[in-house]
Ligand binder design. Structure first.
Ligand code: ZN
Length: 167
């Protein structure tokens, strides 16, 4: 278990398409554990492997008591829409308005290599879409409803609303 450094937007790996994981083995389970430690320490509600310098399709999310770790995640369904502030651990100190599906279903492999589905709405749905974007080299700043909505977050606001900035 280890807290890893989180790369910021200048890092080329954040603009590359991550590779599918061929087999969920101990090295992938260790990556998941380290990503969870890193996300919790940030603190954040989600993290994708490229953010810690690993070009593999792995994400972790914790928006409530439930921890989700998905390998090779895919969106199965997206419904409705939500428009709201979003930030990113790799774009520290900024939030901007992004439109996302309100409810999603994603499918992937869990830490044991079994296929699982994750259903979410609201923040969980937003985090799933944000993290899958990371695996395709897309940052939230590419998806702003308008560039004018990008703004700096005050430090106090950042403390109160980790969910705004921590994905
Ligand atoms: Zn992010």
């Amino acid at each position: 278990m280890a807290v890893l450094p989180i790369l910021t937007q200048e890092a080329p790996i954040l603009r590359q398409k991550a590779k599918r994981v061929a087999r969920v083995d101990d090295s992938v389970r260790k990556l998941i554990d380290d990503m969870v430690d890193t996300m919790v320490a940030a603190p954040g509600v989600g993290l994708a492997a490229p953010q810690v310098g690993v070009g593999l399709r792995v994400l972790v999310i914790k928006t409530d008591e439930n921890l989700h770790a998905l390998v090779n995640p895919e969106m199965v369904k997206g419904e409705g829409e939500q428009i709201g502030p979003e930030g990113c651990l790799s774009v520290p100190g900024y939030v901007g308005e992004v439109k996302r599906f309100l409810r999603v279903v994603a499918r992937g492999l869990n830490r044991h290599g079994k296929t699982v589905k994750v259903k979410g709405d609201g923040l969980l749905a937003r985090a799933i879409q944000h993290e899958i974007d990371h695996l395709d080299g897309i940052l939230f700043t590419d998806r702003l409803t308008s560039l004018d909505t990008l703004r700096k977050v005050e430090p106090e606001e950042q403390e109160q609303k980790a969910e705004l900035v921590g994905v």
